[in-house]
Design a protein around this ligand. Sequence first.
Ligand SMILES: [Zn+2]
Length: 290
Amino acid sequence: MPELPEVETIRRGLEPVLVGARIERVEQRRADLRFPFPENFGKRLTGRKVVMLARRAKYLLAHLDDGTVLIIHLGMSGRISITGQGQLGEFTHNQGNRDIHDHVVLRLESGTEIIYNDPRRFGMMDLTTGTSLAAHPLLANIGIEPLGPDLTPEYLARHAAGRRTNLKSFLLDQRIIAGLGNIYVCEALFRARLNPSRAAACLATSTGKPNARTSALIPHIKDVLNEAIQAGGSTLKDYAQADGSLGYFQHSFHVYGREGEPCLTPACRGMVRRNVQAGRSTFFCPICQR
Ligand SMILES: [Zn+2]
């Protein structure tokens, strides 16, 4: 499943190709993905120029020149690739015939094609306008961006104060922080040496103010995401050469996926353990995460 760093990597890969480009033709090859496509989907995109490509949580937001915004979510298995003989850029790749899971193809004036492929079809696309974007049902109730200026010790402490829910579930709560996924919560808690089962209230004083833990945790959250985005950026080119698709990359983690392996904290003799919290695997070191 693509997490925030992968979606951001895709955004960065698409931006130079898509922004400023006009959509010449839209090939919509099914009526639905996770949800039905909006009415006149192809018609509303055809002839429009993309003016900006933004990201909110794990949604890609393509702003068009008539005020329309195309919302894309990659679900569990969505991929976007760039192909065509047009102006081949850094992230473009020639591809042969359509795959049966290529559900949407945006053909740009340049001849470049942006292909959305999704075998499991948990992804979605919708159309809205720039002015109603913030009120869109998918976006209206989501929390702050973890990489933006709103994630402050004060914000986190205010929401954590008095909460008996565990740290892992608290940080995964999309109404508090949007787009922070399972892998990155595990990694940030490891770096902050906080046990994922602790009550979230440990991030606040009794009066709801931040404490040393809160201040230490936030840079770790930003670091794990930024490092993954950097890793994605450096592998973008290799990926494009391999299969033209953007965004999925190999990245090594300190605890995630390392059950039974030695903890990487210097001098710690712990072994990485896995348990399940709220249906998701949690990886942590029971010795150095307290
Ligand atoms: Zn350890």
